[in-house]
Design a protein around this ligand. Structure first.
Ligand code: TTP
Ligand code: MG
Length: 244
């Protein structure tokens, strides 16, 4: 938890109710050269469902040199009145491809969202969407090989032609049973997320984080602990970045 006097508090949160791909486009930044834009660091917060990513992002909103961009779940649950997330859970074989295609588009919009601060922290990435979620759907037979091939062709094109690079990953890691307990607490027993799914995702996420370590720094935070402890961990590990 940041202490009084350490920073001035100023909330910058984007993406929660936005209609355009990115509402936060301060003119000062848009007029900057491409070289300047590379000075902005992008950190992605990754981790299993229910691990506490959104809560950590809410804490980070308070630092004035950070712009926080939450996962665009509001778009996934309302595309022209259609709840794609619900459709995907109710009939994954029918809707996984449609859902993951839309996730890929909306995550690209998040990556391309320009910010006026030196640090951009976003919830998840286009990379985990395909390499963790779509991969799990493929492995569990809910996504056909040809559907994955289409997602991958798009992904490849996006990586080559768009700005989706990241500078570091913060991986919130918790026991999957703890994640499931938190989901139950939040959504109640009527949740459509099966515990088995949370356990399988955990295993794929762990393997992915290890692989990603070869490309970018991956900081693992023990998220079994209370949110306060997670925030303290975050604060002490990244104080150089948080207080500039
Ligand atoms: P999460 O953001 O992981 O759910 P959360 O908000 O509960 O997590 P946290 O408490 O850590 O903030 O994901 C939202 C939903 O989107 C979840 O049901 C999983 C689903 N999802 C996919 O099915 N495929 C994807 O590619 C992504 C990125 C999410
Ligand atoms: Mg979340």
């Amino acid at each position: 938890m940041p202490q009084k006097g350490v920073r001035t508090w100023k909330t910058k949160i984007v993406g929660l109710t936005d209609l355009s791909p990115c509402r936060y486009r301060p003119q000062s930044l848009i007029s900057q050269s491409k070289r300047d834009r590379h000075l902005i660091k992008t950190i992605v917060v990754e981790g299993n469902i229910g691990v506490g990513k959104t809560t950590l992002l809410k804490y980070l909103e308070h630092f004035e040199n950070i712009t926080v961009i939450p996962e665009p779940v509001h778009k996934w649950t309302n595309l022209d009145g259609n709840n794609l997330l619900d459709l995907m859970y109710s009939n994954p074989r029918r809707w996984s491809f449609v859902f993951q295609s839309y996730v890929q588009l909306t995550m690209l919009q998040v990556h391309e969202c320009q910010v006026g601060t030196k640090l951009k922290v976003q919830e998840r990435s286009i990379h985990s969407a395909i390499q963790v979620f779509a991969e799990h759907l493929l492995k569990s037979g809910k996504l056909a090989k040809v559907e994955m091939a289409v997602l991958q062709a798009w992904y490849q094109y996006i990586v080559e032609h768009h700005q989706v690079e990241i500078d570091a990953i913060i991986y919130l890691r918790a026991d999957p049973h703890e994640c499931y307990t938190r989901i139950l607490k939040r959504e109640g027993q009527q949740t459509n997320i099966p515990e088995k799914y949370v356990v399988e995702l955990h295993n794929i996420y762990d393997a992915w984080a290890q692989r990603k370590q070869h490309e970018v720094p991956v900081f693992i935070i023990n998220a079994n602990k209370s949110q306060l402890n997670v925030q303290l961990d975050m604060y002490f590990k990244f104080s150089d970045l948080l207080i500039q």
